[in-house]
Design a binder for this molecule. Structure first.
Ligand code: SF4
Length: 1002
């Protein structure tokens, strides 16, 4: 065993911490340092430390400095593996998952039945558990022995499940180890054993550990790493460098337990003074913003104001310290980019967040959803894909038309259906093609061809076959990159990484599980998870504000620091819990205690408070994803430390974002140039925001024809009426899996019309209790005839609606029984009664107007007492009676039309909706008969108001109920956001506004 010196370098502060690493590097110049390795938590920290060491060397007057190798614990293993002769063949992460998935399948086949379904995501979790176990220096036998002992004694349901799970996991882990051995390649654990057992010709001589252990730092060393360093052949020096703050957080105690007898060396404090804490006021230590975007904007504003005031030197190094790079890296592009503040980051982004990964996901959804209409449109519209019809690229209008045409054709998916639609539309002579189908044909042809190419993915295949099909698709359809695009280089790298991940997955299956066939959904889940786990380093390519994560920050030199996003759950981070076992069981297998983890996290935070050489600030947010969040409890640590502070007053007047040239008074459009300047001038010349035009006033408009249902839309929301009737915007089509509401309504109308015509022809009047069985029998016979004309599936749905079940009578029984309950003698029934002509309407306030109307009443029952019952069939839920105009207005019209019919006067006795939807199929216009005349008068007034509103061009976005906005097809073109939050503008008439004199008389 190699004799080695172990030394703990105890630094008073971060300056001393970095200097200690530098001193070791300098002491080994120039050649020995190449045999040194510095362990840091992240790749970004390695970059930052290299920069810091070079800066120290420059300050100390060294012409050149040979740097040691610097990397994470994973990089250390790679470096050591590369020095073995011959270098070992390694299993990559894809290989390992495939091996474990296969071992899990074998374990289950051998009788170790797991209490869950083994999905790819679960295999990844199993691998995490296995790795954690082995890194805690526990064997699979020890794991099984301990847990079986603990769980076997209990007959509790949970314990029984966990016991079965343990036996399954142990069998799978044993199988995995056997397969690793059989593969002739090494994973992390077998490699570690080889590194200890096999001396290498050119060993690393010195390892400098600058991280803590895994207990306090997710990127820290595991017991297996410390064991390796203690036994590694050829290693003569092992140094641990840490600040007193981190040591006091439990690291010192654990280090002495792991390395008894380690020497200690005190590292003096750096020359810097205690940093000043910038605070928003004398009674607060932390800046609070609404959300992370506002937080970044406030940071940018403060930075610019400080620089302009000369309080921050132009060359000062500024760091924004984040817990995780996201979402700050994305926000920085917008917020700092627009504020003209350059920034730099060495952090990585998840590959899954790159747009090309979204395109891959779209294709997965398209195939697994069986090529539905919405997914087809999404794929055709993806900016990362390119589809052509012949040589021509698809126009956006063709894709939009395809959406309509597929909805019209009630397309619900399947390649064969899509192909047959293309054939049908192509075969029709041009003049007979429906407009949508004609415009849609190019997009339909392109979609059908692409779907045919992907159709093989619908069947279970080997992963290699699935991936080959996918790659062939992308080969044809990935949009070529434009060389002049500034994102060209990044996009090229990302595409290579994403498609490379697919290839690596296929290669792993081909090597270790070549026969298995999988559904695409399983492959898609594996790829998605992989992309989520892989990261990608974007090249920001600027100097400027450094965006660094909390683990990386201590390795850099910064004058000014802001620690952002200090919310509960991030500082400290919540622990990622095992999905297999509760914490108390895992602790018995050497998993760290939560208390120790929190102590370590607190120490790391305290260390960051000493990072800045000049000043630091802390900030938090109130909202995260629109949910209220609490500030981190760590904020109280600042109060305890009580650093010197300086109030940084908020600056609301400095313009830093382009839009503030217009948003802050007085406007300064001169800062813009070219088109932007012209646009800004136009915008400033625009009518003021308080002008009626901003609030739905469009000017007089002539309603071409009075339609009561359209007036009801105005009552729902005037702007909705404006969008659909004045602007003629089309509503997005819906996918109908059965017949449309219109078709279903017609079916119901015709059925009841046939029944009542036949009923009256048979000499019957009202349906009485005595006649009810006969009525039901007749209705059923007619219904069966009608249902026979429908498809089997549609007939089953309609039958259920009509006749219900044993516990819930259908619409037919309830309608027929209604007549029995209503009583009265029916002398006539008017079915599908047309009303057309001029009618007089009188409001409660005495306004009277004659209007021309046309409509059709579904059914009118004339009773012997001179009253009539008006019934309107509804295929959807009945409208809100307060806004429903059709029943009362038609009732008024019918009263006028029936004057003298059968030689007498008829008055409305009742009015009801008969609906397919809702619990009650028959809904009266009013609850009490006494209210009927009042509702008629009120509805006439509403109608006159609405007509006046329309004629006057009053179309404010004022929904009768806010919930209507949730389902509104015009939400995207509606200014509801700011209009609804402001008081009504004087002079703006809503639905209930007084009538003007220019009322619409159609
Ligand atoms: S979104 Fe709301 S306010 Fe806007 S048009 Fe629709 S219903 Fe009216």
């Amino acid at each position: 065993m190699t004799a080695r010196a172990t030394c703990l370098h105890r630094a008073v502060d971060l300056d001393g911490f970095r200097r200690a690493v530098y001193d070791i590097a300098v002491s080994a110049q120039p050649f020995d340092v190449r045999e040194h390795f510095v362990v840091v938590p992240t790749g970004a920290a390695a970059d930052e430390l290299r920069r810091t060491l070079e800066q120290f060397a420059w300050q100390d007057g060294h012409a050149a400095l040979c740097l040691p190798r610097i990397g994470t614990r994973g990089d250390l293993l790679d470096t050591l593996a590369a020095r073995l002769a011959p270098p070992p063949s390694r299993l990559n992460a894809f290989d390992r998952e495939v091996l474990l998935a296969r071992a899990a399948r074998d374990a289950r086949d051998a009788g170790a039945e797991p209490p869950f379904q083994v999905r790819p995501g679960l295999v990844a979790e199993m691998l995490l558990l296995y790795d954690a176990l082995r890194r805690q220096l526990r064997t699979v036998d020890r794991f099984e022995e301990f847990l079986v002992d603990e769980l076997a004694a209990s007959d509790d349901h949970g314990a029984v499940r966990m016991l079965a799970q343990t036996r399954f996991l142990a069998a799978a882990f044993h199988g995995y180890e056997a397969q690793v051995a059989a593969s002739g390649r090494d994973d992390e654990h077998t490699l570690r054993a080889r590194l200890i057992a096999e001396p290498c010709a050119r060993p690393l001589r010195r390892v400098i550990v600058t991280v803590t252990d895994r207990v306090a730092d997710p990127a820290g060393l595991w017991p297996s790493d410390l064991d390796l360093l203690a036994r590694l052949p050829g290693l003569t020096h092992l140094d641990v460098v840490a600040t007193e703050t981190r040591l006091a957080g439990g690291w010192l105690e654990r280090l002495h337990a792991e390395m008894p007898g380690i020497d200690e060396r005190a590292v003096p404090a750096g020359a810097g003074r205690r940093p000043v804490c910038l605070v928003p006021s004398t009674d607060a230590w932390i800046f609070t913003s609404r959300d992370r975007e506002d937080e970044l904007a406030a940071f940018a504003r403060r930075l610019k104001a400080e620089r302009r005031a000369g309080r921050l030197a132009a060359d000062a190094r500024v760091a924004l310290v984040v817990r995780r790079p996201l979402p700050y890296l994305y926000l920085a592009r917008d917020v700092l980019g627009r504020a003209g503040i350059p920034y730099d980051t060495r952090d990585t982004l998840p590959l899954a967040a790159e747009p090309i990964a979204a395109a891959l996901d779209l294709v997965f959804e398209w195939v697994t959803g069986n090529f539905t209409r919405a997914a087809t449109l999404a794929v055709l519209r993806s900016p990362h894909l390119r589809f052509t019809d012949g040589e021509a690229s698809l126009a956006g209008a063709a894709v939009t038309a395809l959406g309509r045409a597929l909805a019209d054709a009630r397309y619900l998916g399947e390649v064969t259906r899509l192909t047959s639609l293309v054939e049908t539309w192509s075969a029709l002579p041009e003049r007979r093609r429906h407009q949508h189908a004609r415009q849609a044909l190019p997009a339909a042809r392109a979609a059908a061809l692409a779907a045919q190419a992907l159709q093989p993915l619908r069947d279970p295949q080997t992963v290699a076959t699935h991936v080959a099909t996918l790659l062939a698709f992308f080969e044809v359809h990935l949009r070529p990159l434009d060389d002049a695009d500034p994102l060209h280089e990044r996009e090229t790298r990302v595409r290579a990484a994403v498609l490379g991940a697919c290839r690596a997955l296929a290669e792993a299956y081909a090597a270790f599980d070549p026969e298995v066939t999988l559904d695409l959904a399983v492959v898609a889940a594996a790829v998605r998870r992989w992309l989520g786990a892989q990261t990608f380093a974007p090249a920001t390519g600027h100097d400027g504000v450094q965006i660094v994560d909390a683990a990386t920050a201590p390795y850099g030199l910064f004058d000014e620091v802001q620690i952002v996003g200090l919310i509960d759950g991030d500082w400290p981070e919540r622990e990622r819990r095992s999905i297999f076992y509760p914490a108390f069981l895992l602790q018995s297998l050497a998993w760290p205690e939560e208390r120790k983890r929190l102590e370590g996290a607190r120490a790391a935070f305290l260390e960051l408070l000493g990072l800045a050489r000049e000043r630091f600030a802390l900030s938090t947010v109130s909202l995260e994803d629109d949910a209220v969040v609490e500030p981190s409890a760590f904020v109280h640590e600042v109060e305890t430390l009580a650093p010197p502070r300086q109030v940084a007053t908020a600056d609301g007047t400095t313009r830093i974002f382009p839009w503030e040239a217009l948003a802050i008074d007085p406007p300064a459009p001169d800062v813009f140039t070219g088109d932007v300047r012209a646009w800004a001038a136009l915008r400033l010349a625009r009518s003021p925001r308080g002008a009626p035009e901003f609030h739905g006033e469009s000017g007089p408009w002539l309603l071409p024809r009075v339609s009561v249902s359209r007036l009801e839309r105005y009552l729902d929301c005037p702007f909705k009426f404006y969008a659909s009737q004045v602007l003629s915007l089309e509503e997005p089509p819906e996918d109908e899996d059965t017949r449309t509401p219109l078709e279903r309504g017609l079916f119901l109308h015709e059925l009841f019309e046939r029944f009542f015509t036949a009923w009256m022809a048979a000499g019957h009047g009202a349906i009485t209790a005595a006649l009810l069985p006969e009525a039901q029998q007749r209705f059923e016979a007619l219904a069966n005839e009608a249902l026979a004309t429908l498809s089997e599936g549609e007939a089953a749905i309609e039958r259920l609606k009509l006749f219900g079940t044993a516990g819930s009578p259908g619409i037919a029984r309830r309608v027929l029984a209604m007549e029995v309950t209503r009583g009265g003698q029916v002398v006539d029934r008017l079915l599908e009664y047309e009303i057309e002509g001029a009618f007089t309407f009188t409001a409660v306030d005495g306004r009277t107007r004659e209007l021309s109307l046309r409509g059709k009443v579904d059914r009118i029952d004339l009773l012997a007492d001179g009253t009539f019952h008006l019934i309107d069939y509804k295929t959807r839920a009945v409208p809100d009676p307060k806004r429903a105009l059709q029943l009362p207005i038609y009732s008024v019209c019918v009263e006028q039309r029936l004057a003298g019919y059968r030689g007498r006067h008829w008055t409305l006795g009742d009015a009801s909706y008969l609906s397919y939807e809702g619990t009650d199929p028959l809904v009266g216009l009013v609850k009490k008969a006494d209210d009927l005349r009042g509702r008629l008068a009120e509805a006439q007034g509403q109608m006159l108001d609405v007509l006046d509103g329309i004629a006057g061009g009053h179309f404010p976005p004022q929904p009768a109920e806010r919930s209507l906005c949730n389902y509104c097809a015009f939400a995207a073109v509606c200014r509801k956001d700011y209009v609804s939050d402001e008081p009504a503008v004087a002079g703006t008439a809503g639905p209930g506004a007084p009538a003007g004199e220019d009322g619409a008389d159609a």
